[in-house]
Design a protein around this ligand. Structure first.
Ligand code: FES
Length: 227
């Protein structure tokens, strides 16, 4: 696998025809290749180079520049767990560890049934909704360990098939943010209270602070007993 199938070759020619220069069609064709095979194969890159009349090195350079293009097989569902600063402070690393344990793979790995790949990700631009992750680039905000277990179970039973297509399938499903998770954006002059996301996160932060204080108190008590 795989050069383009006859159907996709036809589509690739159609894509090329939309641009004044064939080279401009490289990225859309990479998406097409990834949709066809789940990742971009070496053969697909060679085929794209032929079609776009560029060198294979140019296609490889473009493909490997973008994190969303995979050059190796990945699971049908790629889970990107953000562990950058905002998510890290709100449990992102614990979320990643939880997933590693429950799926029995390390970050970067794929489950033996080919269903899930986990990736330790840098900021995915939803810092106010930390901790968050993406499944095939669909966002899950302020997600807990239990909620992520639910997402995994729902994917396995096909319950989320309409909202999360398999890896590589792009632009076929429109995403919507539930009202309860909207950031509450408003013009500055209309903002009288704390931002909606801050208010929403208050109970979570308070619970975490209480848990941390209890942990520290327990550690101090243990130290005292040791003395
Ligand atoms: S730090 Fe996680 S989304 Fe920005």
């Amino acid at each position: 696998m795989a050069r383009f199938t006859p159907e996709n070759l036809e589509l690739a020619h159609e894509i090329i025809s939309r641009y004044p220069r064939k080279k401009s069609a490289v990225i859309p064709m990479l998406h097409l290749a990834q949709e066809q095979d789940g990742y971009v194969t070496n053969d697909a890159m060679a085929h794209i180079a032929e079609l776009a009349e560029v060198t294979a090195a140019e296609v490889i350079g473009t493909c490997t520049f973008y994190e969303m293009f995979k050059t190796h097989p990945v699971g049908k569902y790629v889970i990107n767990v953000c562990t950058n600063i905002s998510c890290q402070l709100n449990g992102g690393e614990e979320l990643l560890e939880h997933l590693e344990e429950s799926l029995e793979i390390r970050s970067g790995g794929t489950t033996s049934d080919g269903m899930f790949t986990i990736e330790d990700y840098e900021c995915i631009a939803a810092c106010t909704e930390a901790p968050c992750l993406q499944v095939n680039y669909r966002y899950f905000h302020r997600i807990s360990n239990d909620e992520v277990d639910e997402v995994i179970a729902d994917i396995r039973t096909g319950k989320l098939a309409d909202t999360i297509p398999e890896h590589g399938v792009l632009q076929r499903v429109r995403q919507t943010i539930p009202a309860a998770k909207l950031a509450g954006v408003a013009p500055p002059e209309e903002v009288v209270d704390a931002p909606a996301w801050m208010v929403r996160n208050e109970p979570i932060l308070a619970a975490r602070a209480a848990a941390k204080a209890a942990e520290e108190a327990a550690a101090k008590a243990a130290e005292g007993n040791a003395d």
